[in-house]
Ligand binder design. Structure first.
Ligand code: PMP
Ligand code: GLN
Length: 385
């Protein structure tokens, strides 16, 4: 609801699309393929570890940086997957999900008027947290269906006010996994203009084709990059809100300053559990990806059969369709009608764009049980025909 009490630099930000669409799903009894959260629990080892931590009395404030066991597990994780060496006392900070990490980074790094270059479609909290820090966003468009960007558009977005590039790969909502060539180009621009890079890698373990390359691993990038990730997606525990920031000590110290006054700390017992999860063997991660690939293919094949033009994602758990293929011109109209007419909820991708490049696009989440996806497809098929 618009309210005059909201500060002027935040006017225009209302309820998040995810809250709005999940409420609509409940109100209409629809299958919720809108907000991205799994409908099955994560690995039992992780759940048991959280219960054990509560029973062992780890129920007070954890240390401000996060418990050492978790920071050390994050350091081992970054070494194991990306050959990145981090000092767990100075280069890692545990946060209340990636959401807090992003907000704390924007509040810590931006002066009023500083510009942030970000690729659209952009995850909704980016625009809001840049605004909270009184920064300005400059968008570079990823163009459907392959979501490539124009190098000249990226260069043209840089001005003498640009402070940082905010990158998300694997990318929500498109499912794009940025290629090495694309990351090298972004890294080159960052080095040329002496920019910081903040990368949101929460879908790092959800890649079906290609590989996830942290931009921090490219030459000259470690010292200017903050890497953000979280446990929510990797371990199917989105309600636990355990995230982290990794990077050079001075950048992490800046984020720690704002973070300590936002939440100070969170999720004590869950920190123990996530520490255990990060050390799980390779089979957990391959089984997780294969299960999600099966869901992706079930949903995408089914949507194609119904007649949708589908952008099958290389990563994340979101698939995009262009609703012009089924006789609509506007994804927002489609998504507003869908719960009432088909009993399914999806997200209009237009909410992630500043420009009109996403008007006809709609995002479906497929991190749901196979039977739920099958029922959603049956309903969508009935509606479209
Ligand atoms: N970044 C992206 C791209 C996301 O999709 C999400 C939502 N899961 C987040 C950040 C927030 O992550 P968390 O739940 O750990 O705060
Ligand atoms: N990241 C989730 C999505 O894109 C939503 C998280 C949230 O509700 N803030 O669906």
């Amino acid at each position: 609801m618009p309210t005059p009490y909201l500060a002027s630099h935040l006017q225009g930000f209302g309820a998040t699309i995810f809250a709005e669409m999940s409420a609509l799903a409940v109100a209409t009894g629809s299958i919720n393929l809108g907000q991205g959260f799994p409908d099955s629990d994560g690995p039992p080892e992780l759940l048991d570890a959280a219960v054990e931590a509560i029973k062992a009395g780890h129920n007070q404030y954890p240390p401000g940086l996060g418990i050492p066991e978790l920071r050390q597990a994050i350091a081992r994780h970054q070494r194991r997957w990306y050959a990145s060496e981090l000092n767990s006392d100075t280069e890692i900070l545990v946060t209340a999900g990636a959401t807090e990490a992003i907000a704390a980074a924007m509040l810590a790094l931006l002066n009023p008027g500083d510009e942030v270059v970000v690729f659209e479609p952009l995850y909704d909290s980016y625009a809001a947290t840049i605004a909270m820090a009184q920064g300005q966003r400059k968008v570079v468009t990823l163009r459907a269906p392959d979501y490539a960007f124009d190098a000249e558009e990226l260069r043209a977005a840089i001005t003498n006010r640009t402070k940082l590039i905010l990158l998300n790969t694997p990318h929500n909502p498109t499912g794009k996994v940025f290629s090495r060539a694309e990351l090298e180009l972004i890294a080159q621009v960052a080095r040329e203009h002496d920019l910081l890079v903040v990368t949101d890698e929460v879908y790092e373990h959800l890649v079906f084709s290609g590989v996830h390359i942290p931009i921090a691993s490219l030459p000259g990038m470690r010292d200017r990059t903050l890497v953000i990730s979280s446990a929510g997606k990797t371990f199917s525990c989105t309600g636990w809100k355990i995230g982290w920031v990794c990077g050079p000590a001075e950048l992490v110290a800046a984020v720690r300053t704002t973070k300590q006054f936002l939440t100070y700390v969170n999720g004590g017992p869950f920190q123990y559990a996530v520490a255990r999860g990060l050390d799980l063997g390779g089979s957990y991660f391959t089984t997780f990806i294969e299960g999600m690939r099966q869901r992706r293919d079930l949903l995408c094949d089914g949507l194609e059969k119904i007649g949708f033009d589908v952008h099958r994602p290389a990563g994340t758990y979101f698939a995009t369709v262009d609703v012009r293929s089924v006789g609509y011109s506007d994804g927002e109209t489609f998504c507003r009608e869908l719960p009432h007419k088909a009993g399914v909820v999806a997200i209009p991708s237009a909410v992630f764009y500043d420009t009109d490049a996403g008007t006809s696009l709609v995002r479906f989440a497929f991190c749901k049980q196979l039977a739920v996806l099958e029922e959603a497809l049956r309903r969508l098929g009935g509606f479209i025909s």
